[in-house]
Design a protein around this ligand. Structure first.
Ligand code: DAH
Length: 343
């Protein structure tokens, strides 16, 4: 045989082996079948290696051409083989998978109960036409006290044990300063709520925490009356706790409102009949409210002869505790997942 005929013959054998290899690979059904294919074609004593061993019989011009062809075949065969191997493994895994086993629960995070309540509060008030405003947690003495008609040395500063910071700043003790900031930036009519963190030097116990959350409310327009305040607070209470909820106002004092009141919700635990939680009164204290003091309007250049307004506060923890029947405020901040997972 001439050299050329030799090359032709080996190329034919390569093509034949390619076809045989593909046929064998197609009929693989098991690991054993696969191993036979490997032994027959890809192993050291397999067909492909045998073809390499006859390369030596070719002349210097044909050898590289046929060699390249054979190398390409070997690489392609190897990768086709691995594909089949992979799909066999996957099929085996699926076969071994016990679909009757209980699934593994993914650990899903959830909104903190305080923020769930805050969201509800925000939704109720925005539906009633209030905007949500924000103010800084580090507040100047002016906004936290002065502009709310609480001058230095005023005894009502003692009502709030303040964290003082350098240069006349404080950690805000309530969200009321956002009233001032909002009125400074907007002309009436104003209808806003301001949710946020507040800080007081309180020793933690079941009902006190040095960090807590309030929602402030403010409405200023022509002809706003105390009746509007009562109506809004009543509507809010009923939307949050249900139609049977009643609200009462008691006279009180705050420097930034005149007249001032404290307001209570009827006890949600005994429906107002008297129980341990409401100390047999049938009422639960919520927070303070009142008509904006004309002196406060003076600080923001609103004309008290033209405009009137009401303001109210509320403690978010207090409301969340009532809503979920929680008896210790500290549990909100402990990050105990057994508690948090319930929400
Ligand atoms: N800022 C008061 C506090 O933290 C609560 C309060 C009372 C807010 C009366 C008001 C209000 O807007 O009118 O105790």
């Amino acid at each position: 045989m001439t050299i050329l005929e030799n090359a032709q013959k080996i190329l034919e054998q390569i093509n034949e082996t390619k076809d045989n290899f593909q046929l064998a690979l197609k009929s693989v059904k098991s690991k054993n079948d696969l191993e036979s294919v490997r032994l027959m074609f890809l192993s050291k004593k397999g067909e492909i290696q045998r073809l390499f061993s006859v390369l030596g019989k070719l002349g210097p011009t044909d050898r590289p051409v046929v060699g390249a062809e054979l190398n390409a075949f070997r690489a392609a065969a190897q990768s086709d083989f691995e594909l089949v191997q992979q799909s066999l493994l996957t099929a085996e895994k699926i076969k071994d998978f016990d679909v009757t086993l209980p699934g593994r629960m993914p650990i899903v995070g959830s909104l903190h109960p305080l923020f769930q309540v805050l969201d509800e509060i925000k939704i109720i008030f925005t539906e009633m036409g209030f905007r949500v405003e924000q103010g800084p947690e580090i507040e100047s003495d002016f906004y936290n006290f002065e502009a709310l008609n609480i001058p230095e040395y005023h005894p009502s500063r003692d009502m709030q044990d303040t964290f003082y910071l350098p240069d006349g700043y404080v950690l805000r003790t309530h969200t009321s300063p956002v009233q001032i900031r909002t009125m400074e930036n907007q002309k009436p009519p104003v209808r806003m709520i301001a949710p946020g963190k507040c800080f007081r030097k309180d020793t933690p116990d079941a009902t006190h925490s040095p960090i807590f959350h309030q929602v402030e409310g403010l409405c200023v327009d022509k002809g706003v009356s105390f009746a509007d305040l009562k109506g809004i607070v009543q509507a809010f209470a009923q939307k949050l706790f249900g139609q049977e909820m009643r609200v009462r106002f008691r006279p009180s004092f705050f420097p930034f409102t005149e007249p001032s009141a404290e307001y209570d919700f009827s006890c949600i635990f005994c429906k107002g009949n008297g129980c341990k939680v409401c100390k047999k009164t049938g009422w639960l204290e919520i927070s303070g409210a009142g008509m904006v003091d004309p002196a406060v309007f003076g600080f923001v250049n609103y004309d008290p002869d033209v405009y009137s307004g009401y303001a109210f506060g509320m403690g978010v923890e207090r409301i969340a505790m009532l809503k979920y029947g929680i008896h210790d405020i500290r549990i909100f901040y402990e990050n105990d997942t057994r508690f948090l997972n319930q929400f």
